[in-house]
Design a protein around this ligand. Structure first.
Ligand SMILES: [Zn+2]
Length: 243
């Protein structure tokens, strides 16, 4: 067969080209900084096996009293990895946010979805809605990191990503130095439905996606907008959650 003769050659050429490209533009693991092997994408095998997982019981520990109060309306709150200051998870998220590494976002979404698929958390979800960032922040970063993670999840689950549901009115800087109530006040009204967003979520199950949940104030602010939809169900899923 002609194709059988050609395919291995074409494959060899492709491998040679990739090796050459890798030599010219070496890629590094966004977790540990080591050089990636040809068959590795964004995160090396060692880091992949070492990422600390976030478990269901962690969400009850990590959630605030206010989160638990709205938990019945939400149904699912979870994450893939456990985030702590300067741990491996933090390195990976930092790399995604500040080192123009869009490929990492897709890979992160895919790995999280594969890991959680069997738990059924994506069953019945109609759309993945990444937490929006302001256009100014998007210009600076070149992408919305939550959207990339959502796109990775979508590749595995087939659930569509919707970026036309909500808008962010303004960006809020790191919230950690504010008191809780002040934080909530500052978050109120930062999100609003985009045109047609309210109708689009009515009767639907929406999964809100973010890269990291720290105080949950952002997730709650977005949820309060979504829950004004008629019979809308909201679930939370982040790549990482502070534990
Ligand atoms: Zn690594």
């Amino acid at each position: 067969m002609l194709t059988a003769d050609i395919s291995p050659q074409a494959m060899q050429i492709a491998i040679a080209l990739r090796s050459m490209l890798d030599l010219l533009l070496p890629r590094y693991c966004c977790g540990c900084g080591r050089r990636l092997a040809l068959d590795e994408k964004a995160i090396c095998q060692v880091c992949l096996t070492n990422i600390p997982h976030f478990y269901v019981e962690d969400s009850f520990r990590a959630a605030s009293v206010e989160d638990l109060a709205i938990h019945p309306a939400i149904g699912y709150m979870g994450a893939y990895a456990s985030y702590r200051r300067k741990n491996l998870t933090a390195n990976i998220v930092h790399s995604l946010k500040y080192y123009r590494n869009p490929e990492a976002g897709i890979v992160m979404g895919q790995m999280a979805a594969r890991a959680r698929l069997r738990e059924g958390i994506f069953d019945g979800v109609d759309m993945l809605v990444p937490i929006p960032i302001t256009w100014r922040r998007r210009m600076q970063r070149g992408y919305n990191q939550a959207e990339l993670i959502a796109r990775g999840i979508s590749k595995v689950t087939g659930v569509p990503v919707r970026t036309d549901i909500m808008r962010r009115r303004r960006h809020t800087e790191s919230q950690t130095h504010f008191e809780f109530h002040e934080r909530m006040e500052r978050q109120t009204g930062i999100f609003e439905f985009a045109r047609g967003g309210h109708e689009a979520v009515s009767g639907k199950c929406v999964m809100l996606i973010d890269d990291v949940i720290t105080t949950t104030a952002t997730m709650r602010a977005a949820t309060s907008v979504l829950l004004t939809g008629k019979d809308t169900i909201v679930r939370w899923f982040a790549w990482a959650w502070t534990t």
